[in-house]
Design a binder for this molecule. Sequence first.
Ligand code: PLP
Length: 391
Amino acid sequence: MTSPIYFDNAATSWPKPESVYAAVDHYQRKIGAPAGRGGYQAALAAGQLIERARAGVARLIGANQPEQIVFTSNGTDALNLAIHGILRPGDHVVTTVCEHNSVLRPLRACAEDRNVSVTYVSCDNDGLVSAAEVQAALQPNTRLVAVLHGSNVTGAVQPIEKIGQAVHSHPAMFLVDAAQTVGHLPLDVQSLQIDLLAAPAHKGLLGPLGTGFLYIHPTVQQQLQPLRQGGTGSSSHEDRQPETLPDKFEAGNLNVPGLAGVAAACDFLQQRSVENIHAETGQLTTTLLNGLARLKPVRIYGPPAGTSRLSVVSFSVCGYDPQDISTLLDASFQIASRAGLHCAPRLHRALGTEEMGGTVRFSLSYANTKAEVESALEAMTSICATCTTEG
Ligand SMILES: Cc1ncc(COP(=O)(O)O)c(C=O)c1O
C-alpha cells in the first residue's frame, strides 16, 4: 500500500516541521501557564514564547517592530479585525472578484449594517487583477482597498507592489490578505507599502491550526477599533481597553501552545529560507502543471508554469464533477485534494467554473516530493483514461 499524499496545503499545511510539534509538546508538558498574567517562572516563560513568535513573524514579513503584529485565531479573524475595525458608515471599499469569503463576507456585512459601498475589480482569464483598474475604482470616500496577495484558487500572485503605489496616491488604506503567500513568498510590508496585512500562521508559515496574525502599520493603528475588549494582564486598574499595541487587540488569553509552534515555525523558515522553499515547490508545481497539461480531458486554471504563481493548481476534468474527481483521488489513490468553490464564489463566476461546481485543487508545501507529484500524475492519467471528451 502506498503512503497517503497530502495536497491540501492551501487549507492548512501538513506535516509541520518536527520542531513545531516539539515546541507545542514542550509548552504543554513543561510550561502550561498563561502568558502576561503572572510573575512566576512558567508564566514568564510563556510570555517569552509569545514574544519569540511575535519577533519571528515581524522578521518574516519585514515589520519594523514586533508589537505591530497582533495574534488572532486564524486568517479570517485577522481579516475581520481589519475590515470591521476600519470601516465607518458611508465608507467605500475597493476589492477584487478574486477574494476569499473571509474578505467578501465581512464586506457584505458592512454593506448591510453600515451602508458601506463596495467596488469589485475584475480579473483576467488567469485570475490576475490590474493595478490600473484598482486605481480607477478609487473614489473620494474610499477608505480601504482590500486585495489578496495570492489566490487560493488559481495560484495567481497579484501585482501588490503596483497596487500599493496606486493606493498611496490616495488617502485610502491598503489591506493585503496574505493567507496564501506568507511563508511561500518573500514579503516585505514596508517596501510594499502595506497598511494592514492579515494572514493565518497555520498555512505556509507552518504553525499549528488556530493561529493567525494581523500586521498593523503605525499610521493606521489609531483608526483601527478593536472588536473585543477584555483582560490583557496590563493596566488592570483601568476598565478602558489599553490603546497600546499589541494589548489593544489581544484581549483574553492567547493560544500559547499554538504560538509556541509559530515561534518554532518562524525559526524553521528562516533556516530553510522562504526563497529556497518557493524555488523548490515552484519546480514541483512546474512538473505538475506540465504533466496535467499533457492530459487532454484536463483544463487548468491560473497562470502558466514558469510565471509568478503559487504552488496552488486548480483544474477540471471534462465531463466530471470536481467532487467526484477528488473523491476518486482519495478513495483509489490516497491523495488528499480539495474540490469546489474554495470559498471564492466571485472568482469562479469570473473564470466560468461556478456552474460546473468549481475546480479540483492540488496545493503543495515544502514537505511534498517529486515522487508524490509523479504519483498524482499517474493517478490523473488513469482517471483520464476513462474520459471520452477533451478538456
Ligand atoms: C485567500 C484566503 N484568505 C483567507 C483565508 C482564511 O484563512 P483561515 O482558514 O486561517 O481563516 C484563506 C483560507 O483558506 C484563504 O485561502
